[in-house]
Design a binder for this molecule. Structure first.
Ligand code: ADP
Ligand code: MG
Length: 337
């Protein structure tokens, strides 16, 4: 007796969505990343009720053709890689071709998109992976995608969502990460029709001030260092400005926000002796390296990466921070061991 069968796409997508879409903030991250990969220069984020009822991202990027507007919701459908080799040359934020399929499996989605070459764009709506409508429409160049009633068809998931303030905090965290590493893109962010951020194009320091407040102007120390095949640039906060919470610490590798406790250790040891006890220094450190020297395909949310040469990354970050602190006559005591 044969008992094994292939799952229907909608169910397979819903299972896969469990990995990519954990909460409204995951949707925000994926949609913002797609807008960036599309080469946008202005991105709007509009959410209602901490993203539980609406998450909309409007961009002025490359848009999609009529066929692509349908294809983008298929699982493993992507324009960003074609071959296995491409996996080790990744310059885009996305590449797995999973996000939109996953989102469409657990929400109601409406999208308008137009490529510059066409006069008319495409409107498409889906619910639970099924296309409910598709038609030509007049719309601006770029893409506007609205994700409504997240987990409307997965009550267990919906019940796991936290209170609005907590879900909003997660969204703000994701937004800050994306906005920080893209200071040359203009962002606006509205929650329940109230402006949360309005960020003009500028340098990284302007963006930091735009996101975290005017008083950051006084605390930023520029930071830069280069080793073979790897560069780091960014800012650290003056030691006396360190906070009791670790929220404002950011590493980016090839434009991607990552969490990396080993690299964080490199920063912390460079600060040693200068920080008040139990405090966490501000930092935004941007590492650039050959994409072949890192593996970003470690985790579905792509916030973890593997360095081929982790020690070099550690040495680079530590040296950069030591040097930056030294320049401001704050060098830690020399260590003779
Ligand atoms: P991935 O980003 O990993 O390729 P997604 O499911 O997020 O997978 O998106 C699928 C495809 O849809 C992308 O590869 C891209 O071609 C297209 N796409 C998604 N969002 C946008 C957008 N905002 N503008 C233009 N194209 C988009
Ligand atoms: Mg994507």
């Amino acid at each position: 007796m044969n008992i094994i069968r292939l799952l229907p796409d909608s169910l397979a997508n819903q299972i896969a969505a469990g990995e990519v879409v954990q909460r409204p903030a995951s949707v925000v991250k994926e949609l913002l990343e797609n807008a960036i990969d599309a080469g946008s220069s202005h991105i709007q984020l509009i959410i209602k009720e901490a993203g539980k009822t609406l998450i909309q991202v409007i961009d002025d990027g490359c848009g999609m053709s009529e066929t692509d507007a349908r294809m983008c919701f298929e699982r493993h459908a992507t324009s960003k890689i074609r071959t296995v080799d491409d996996l080790f040359q990744i310059r885009t934020l996305g590449f797995r071709g999973e996000a939109l399929a996953s989102i469409a499996a657990v929400a109601q989605v409406e999208m308008k998109t137009r490529i510059p070459e066409e006069e008319l764009g495409t409107f498409i709506s889906l619910a639970g992976s099924q296309v409910t409508e598709q038609k030509p429409i007049q719309c601006a160049k770029g893409t506007s995608i609205a994700v409504k009633n997240l987990f409307y068809n997965v009550p267990a998931r919906r019940n796991f969502l936290k209170s609005n303030p907590i879900e909003l905090k997660h969204i703000i965290d994701e937004f800050q990460r994306v906005a920080l590493i893209n200071p040359d893109i203009e962002f606006t962010f509205f929650h329940n029709d109230i402006e949360v951020y309005q960020l003009r194009k500028g340098k990284l320091a302007h963006r930091i001030v735009g996101l975290f407040g005017k008083n950051y102007k006084q605390i930023l120390i520029p930071c830069e260092e280069e080793l073979t095949n790897m560069r780091v640039k960014g800012y650290i906060g003056r030691p006396e400005s360190a906070k009791r919470t670790r929220g404002e610490q950011f590493f980016f590798v090839n434009q991607r926000f990552i969490k990396h406790s080993y690299l964080n250790h490199a920063v912390v040891t460079a600060f040693e002796g200068l920080l008040p006890e139990d405090s966490f220094p501000f930092y935004v450190l941007i590492i650039d390296t050959d994409p072949q020297k890192i593996d970003v395909n470690v985790h579905p949310t792509k916030t973890e990466i593997k360095f081929e040469d982790e020690r070099t990354a550690y040495a680079l970050v530590r040296a950069a921070v030591c040097k930056a602190l030294g320049k401001h006559h704050l060098a830690p005591k020399m260590d003779f061991d």
